[in-house]
Design a protein around this ligand. Structure first.
Ligand code: BTN
Length: 246
């Protein structure tokens, strides 16, 4: 595999991302993985809490990508795509919701939180945190894998350990694609799993439609226009909430 993983498993942590950064500060290198069976202060996107009771997958992976700082979003896109692909290969119909959600239908199965440290305009270190609902209780807009797999006669994923291995394999394959082939190669693959394509949006009173994602990770929106020339705009992650209908 592209990354050599070294696993560190804990019963309970505040946040695997936090413990991973502490390990990195003590010299832990690329491929270090911190896993917790539960988190007391799991971090989600936009400063939210990631509720992390027992039964879910909570892990963080150290990467040293040597990418330009402006390509940080690529790490989330690449690893999210890789994990989704690996789950799909096992019969789980996972799609992606921009920028970092793993979804099944309209429900959130998991998410990715990438944190980076920059040096001279480059990403020197990154902690990619992955949370996937396995058999933990989830809110109404969420779904866990166990409830999905219960409908399958012979489920392809049978334990939390197996899910961890699949997530790590997917993360590594997405990261490898990003590092070796770049965003232009990865983006069509990510977009093919993106549920948001074609979704209508209203931006500052103007109606438009999501048509994709730029290589920088920004959302690509075409605004409807009366003139023959369509106008495209880009939106930063966080600039628009593409909510769940629950
Ligand atoms: C999101 O909001 O969708 C991202 C959630 C990311 C949660 C994971 S769980 C493991 C890792 N450690 C954290 O504190 N957060 C991430």
């Amino acid at each position: 595999m592209f990354l050599q993983f070294s696993l560190h498993v804990f019963e309970e942590l505040a946040s695997t991302n936090q413990t991973l950064w502490e390990a990195i500060d003590r010299g832990a290198g690329e491929g270090t993985v911190v896993i917790a069976l539960q988190q007391t202060a799991g971090k989600g996107q936009w400063g939210r809490q990631w509720v992390s009771s027992k039964g879910g997958l909570y892990l963080s992976v150290a990467l040293e990508p040597d990418l330009a700082a402006e390509n940080a979003a690529g790490l989330t896109i690449a690893t999210g795509w890789g994990i989704a692909e690996c789950l799909r290969e096992r019969g789980v119909p996972v799609a992606l919701k921009w920028p970092n959600d793993l979804v099944v239908g309209e429900r959130k199965l998991g998410g990715i939180l990438t944190e980076t440290r920059l040096h001279k305009g480059k990403i020197a270190k990154a902690a990619v945190g992955v949370g996937i609902n396995w058999e933990n209780p989830v809110p109404p807009a969420g779904i866990n894998l166990q409830s999905l797999l219960a409908e399958q006669a012979r489920p392809a994923i049978t334990s939390l350990e197996m899910l961890a291995a699949i997530a790590l394999k997917g993360l590594a394959s997405g990261y490898q694609l990003l590092v070796q082939k770049g965003m232009t190669h990865l983006l069509p693959k990510y977009q093919s799993l993106l549920t948001n394509i074609g979704q209508p949006v209203v931006i500052e009173g103007s109606a438009g439609v999501i048509i994709g994602v730029y290589p920088t990770g920004e959302l690509r929106v075409r605004l409807h226009s009366d003139s023959a020339v369509a106008r495209e705009i880009s939106l930063q992650p966080g600039a628009i909430r593409l909510g769940y209908n629950r």
